[in-house]
Design a binder for this molecule. Structure first.
Ligand code: SF4
Length: 474
């Protein structure tokens, strides 16, 4: 059993994150100020914060005290120092190291921006040098892309939380359409209303992203209805980036592609996840690799300027499958390739041990995949990590130069306003000094359909509040 006793602080999340990284399981006893993990190892650790932060194994206090005597008066620094020390101690005791060191619960590029160099990420957070380099490159590219999105402009997200079937690894808020058959038309109508209410109140629009779920899950007629509402009510100009996450190739029809073209969609996501039919079947994707190729070719012929394709690393027992998929995509030449690492929450139908043949090899395969992409001119331009991602690894969006997705960076960096429409969507209002506030729309689709008019009004008020010039800041 590994046990950490917290003294003088309540950094349960940070302590739990680090223990989870090493031992995979965590329990908290907040009353007793304890966090613990089941493990064959036996360690009783004290994590103490007051004038200084000290972490030590009971009975070994002298040893750790020498290393850890700095003062960290700011609470965010204290929290990071608590994690840093625990990571350092556990790494020494177990002999294990992780690619991102003690960086948990924060986007790596946020820290990269603060510390400025890869060397500091390595020395202060024990990030592995190759990840530190990836992080700094991504941060630099993120900054360049962010310059393309005016601070006073709005970014719009339109969410469609339905999918034709649920992928076995899915951790998103999305519902199988079979649960809502007959209500999709009503959902499209509600979205149309929300777009019609919010759109005219936006002064300047930087990017618009229709995501999900799978937005192309609608019947052609309903999909077209949503597209035309965007065209009629959103203040789209020649600089507005418009993306539709078509996602599942089996839902993309000629009619939907034409509707997208008609409103000026430049960026479309067609996601194979893997180029192996057997894996697709196993994960309940309900489409084939051949269907992916066919839709990709159609979208190309229709002249979509940017095609993004997503892959997931760690889907198969054999990590090298990812490299074959990357090679296949490179031969097609999409402008964007995004590589996610398998991630699972309780909602996913399969447990991680069922879908992975072990984490071994995945880290190395990812490194090779990145190398293959960079050799062909793809650069990392946004990145995030999720708790419980296999081996603590990352998700990275790569793009050919000038083909990056502005919305992805605006949303990910928390430095641009995003007004989000649809069930379960979350709007973000950014304030000076980096502070931001969120507004959540109802997650339940039926409640959203019932209350969408009221929700749209409250959402607009959320952005208006405190702004003198009526809606001018949207
Ligand atoms: S397509 Fe995406 S959102 Fe839909 S079930 Fe699969 S992983 Fe989840």
């Amino acid at each position: 059993m590994i046990e950490v006793r917290l003294i003088g602080h309540d950094g349960f999340y940070g302590i739990s994150d680090v223990l989870r990284l090493f031992f995979g399981n965590v329990k908290e006893d907040r009353g007793e100020h304890l966090v613990f993990s089941e493990s064959e190892d036996d360690l009783r650790i004290i994590s103490e914060a007051g004038d200084r932060v000290v972490t030590y194994v009971e009975g070994e206090r002298d040893f750790w005290e020498n290393t850890l005597t700095e003062r960290f008066p700011e609470s965010i620094e204290t929290k990071r120092e608590i994690k840093r020390q625990l990571y350092f101690l556990l790494s020494k005791k177990t002999g294990k190291e992780f690619p991102w060191g003690s960086l948990t619960g924060i986007r790596p590029t946020v820290v990269a921006k603060e510390v400025g160099t890869g060397e500091k990420l390595v020395s202060d957070y024990m990030v592995r040098p190759d990840k530190a380099k990836l992080c700094i490159t991504t941060k630099d590219n993120e900054e360049k892309v962010l310059e393309l999105s005016d601070e006073d402009a709005m970014n719009v997200y339109i969410g469609v939380p339905f999918c034709p079937s649920r992928c076995a690894y899915c951790s998103f808020v999305s519902e199988e359409i079979s649960h809502h058959l007959g209500r999709l038309g009503e959902y499209a109508d509600a979205l149309k209303d929300e777009i019609a209410y919010v759109g005219p109140r936006i002064r300047k629009l930087s990017s618009l992203y229709v995501g999900g779920g799978t937005p192309t899950v609608f019947e052609d007629e309903d999909f077209r209805k949503v597209m035309m509402a965007i065209k009629d009510h959103m203040p789209i100009d020649s600089r507005t980036e418009i993306t539709v996450e078509a996602g599942r190739p089996d839902t993309i029809t000629d009619g939907k592609l034409l509707a997208m073209k008609e409103i000026g969609v430049q960026r479309i996501c067609i996601n194979p996840q893997t180029l192996c039919d057997e894996t697709l079947r196993r994960f309940n994707r309900k489409h084939t690799v051949a269907e992916f190729y066919s839709v990709f070719e159609k979208a190309r012929k229709m002249g979509f300027e940017i095609i993004n394709t997503d892959l997931i690393a760690g889907l198969d027992k054999e990590p090298e499958e990812l490299l074959r998929s990357v090679q296949g995509l490179l031969e097609l030449g999409p402008e964007n390739i995004t590589i996610h690492t398998l991630y699972k929450k309780r909602r996913a139908a399969l447990s991680r041990s069922e879908v992975l043949g072990g984490d071994d090899g995945l880290d190395e395969v990812l490194r090779k995949a990145y190398e293959m992409l960079e050799c062909k001119g793809y650069k990392p331009y946004y990145m995030y990590r999720q708790k419980d991602t296999s081996h603590g690894l990352e998700n990275v969006g790569f793009a050919l130069q000038g083909k990056e997705c502005v919305y992805n960076v605006a949303m990910m960096t928390d430095r641009r306003n995003v007004i989000a429409l649809g069930a379960g969507s979350v709007s973000k209002r950014i304030f000076d000094g980096g502070r931001f506030e969120r507004f959540s729309s109802p997650k339940d689709v039926l409640i959203y359909i019932r209350d969408h008019e009221e929700v749209a009004k409250r959402k607009v008020e959320f952005f208006e509040n405190g702004v003198e010039d009526e809606m001018s800041e949207m």
